[in-house]
Design a protein around this ligand. Structure first.
Ligand code: G3H
Ligand code: 13P
Ligand code: NA
Ligand code: ZN
Length: 328
């Protein structure tokens, strides 16, 4: 059944767990995530970026999620717009059955230029008012994450958060967070606490210097009713990097966010944990393996079935690690 982000994360807060938000683009990802959720009785957040919506098409995406819902009636599903960039993106998502939208006003509508405070407050407040009028939840974002938002780091030097801006510039200010939530009325707030999007987050295992848990704690203390969202939360597991490279991939050694750090975040008020890169890597590593081990194979299902199994295993692991398992 369909559930809003607010309903789901209120339950998560009450029971002290976190919910992974996995990105979806195609049928195989939806099938794998739902199979994992069913196996451990976890509620799910399926999130679609603008790129996902144009890749699959709005109607196809909406109908696939509808089919997943009918297949698994006992699993609560929140369908969320990831990184909505303007009113039109968020409102058309709502028209297609999304129960939650992210209005990412931390960037101008071009999704590249850092936005002013006034721009972010005004567009987020406006989208939240409309979404709430039709029972849809809203996630806002305050602060600057790494590579995606600066256009630096990931592409240029292979190191997002460290390479792009100075460390302090990457963190959300707790005083501003309080004012932002008061003015916009968002249900959930994405905060910058040292992570970045993509595979190339850190050049070593991140420690307390790099991941600013004190920022999470400070914001949670002052805004206990607001659900905190951690973007860029892929762990980029070493085993997946190794498999990817063993079968011809070329991924320079990199570090993501250790699962223990995410668990620490969940103890301090993080409720939604965005994961895309790990899902991509799990599938791509299996596609590479099949391509190398079975060079005569050309049935796409023979590539995609093991890819789905790998993604299902990854999702199941995160449901268990974040305490989502058993909460459906
Ligand atoms: O935050 C970005 C997500 O990983 C989605 O990426 O825009 O390439 O679909 P995408
Ligand atoms: P990762 O690139 O770490 O998977 O982050 C995904 C994300 O934040 C989507 O909004
Ligand atoms: Na999002
Ligand atoms: Zn994100």
């Amino acid at each position: 059944s369909r559930i809003t982000l607010r309903q789901l994360l209120d339950h998560a807060a009450e029971h002290g767990y976190g919910v992974p938000a996995f990105n979806i683009n195609n049928m195989e990802q939806i099938l794998a995530i739902m199979a994992a959720a069913r196996a451990v009785d976890a509620p799910v957040i399926l999130q679609a970026s603008r790129g996902a919506r144009s890749y699959a098409g709005d109607l196809m995406l909406a109908k696939m999620v509808e089919a997943a819902e009918a297949t698994h009636p006992a699993i609560p599903i929140c369908l969320h717009q990831d990184h909505g960039n303007d009113d039109g993106t968020c409102l058309s998502a709502i028209q297609h059955g999304f129960t939650s939208v992210m209005m990412d006003g931390s960037l101008e509508a071009d999704a590249k230029t850092p936005a002013s405070w006034d721009y972010n407050v005004e567009i987020t407040r406006r989208v939240a008012a409309t979404a709430h009028a039709v029972g849809v939840s809203v996630e806002g974002e305050l602060g600057v994450l790494g590579s995606l938002e600066t256009g630096q780091g990931e592409a240029e030097d292979g190191h997002g958060a460290e390479g792009a801006l100075g460390h302090d510039q990457l963190l959300t200010d707790p005083d501003q967070a309080v004012a932002f939530v008061r003015e916009t009325r968002v249900d959930a707030l994405a905060i910058a606490m040292g992570t970045s999007h993509g595979a190339y987050k850190f050049s070593r295992r991140p420690d307390g210097e790099i991941l600013a848990m004190h920022v999470v704690q400070a914001i949670h203390q002052r805004l206990p009713e607001i659900h905190l969202v951690m973007h860029g939360s892929s762990s980029v597991p070493e085993a997946l990097q190794e498999q990817f490279n063993r079968f011809g991939g070329e991924m320079p050694r990199t570090w993501g966010v250790p699962v223990e750090e995410i668990q620490r975040g969940i103890r301090h008020g993080v409720r939604k944990v965005n994961i895309d890169t790990d899902c991509r890597l799990a599938m791509a590593a299996e596609i590479r393996r099949v391509a190398v081990e079975k060079p005569a194979e050309f049935d796409p299902r023979k590539f995609l079935q093991p890819s789905m199994a790998a993604l299902e295993a990854l999702c199941r692991e995160r449901f268990e690690q974040f305490g989502t398992a058993g909460q459906a």
